[in-house]
Design a protein around this ligand. Sequence first.
Ligand code: PRP
Ligand code: URA
Length: 209
Amino acid sequence: MKKLIVMDHPLVKHKMGYLKDERTETKQFRELVNEISMMMAYEATKDMMLKEVDIKTPLQDTVVQQRDYKNPVIVPILRAGLGMVDGMLQVIPTAKVGHIGLYRDEETLEPVEYYCKLPVDISERELIVVDPMLATGGSAKAAIQFLKDRNVSRIKLVCILGCPEGVEAIHEAHPDVDVYLAQMDPKLNDHGYILPGLGDAGDRLFGTK
Ligand code: PRP
Ligand code: URA
């Protein structure tokens, strides 16, 4: 329980350097998010269960290994999570995709769900929730709770950049959810931004600033 996996691969570190650089423009930023997401999909599926299946090669009978359960569901948190979907699908092409949208109520500061569309058999599948940023953890914590309220029990959280505050928030609220990060930064600033961070992931992905 309370598992945190921070990727330790030179290619990820190299790509994170460009992702964080303020000179990286939208096109390259998107490509980097895509490439890092592919590597994270590989990491987050390392414990996928396999079963043995009898097949015939052109030469003889043999036993191979195939996935034992229904394919997982990738669930991006709107909007920035969308940037990670294609990379994840390149590694798990048969995965289904659900969407969850949240905004923060300006008065209560509580996350409010404004959109949710998930496969009907969601409770029989593993969910991989994706969002590039794990800052205070408020968005991911709420998204995971909304999914649990729909009877989902197997959930992983995959974020590109996180910080100790965000990881702690998820571990505290959802100790059963394994957290995967490409990189961990040291802290948050007073406005809830990760430092040194990469700025606003959604704005950089979609060119809205
Ligand atoms: C960003 C990011 C996360 C959230 C992280 O989304 O993509 O969803 O902030 O912060 P938290 O851990 O403190 O909740 P944002 O709210 O900026 O919306 P966007 O995806 O539409 O850009
Ligand atoms: N959301 C972002 O996009 N960036 C941060 O640093 C924190 C929250």
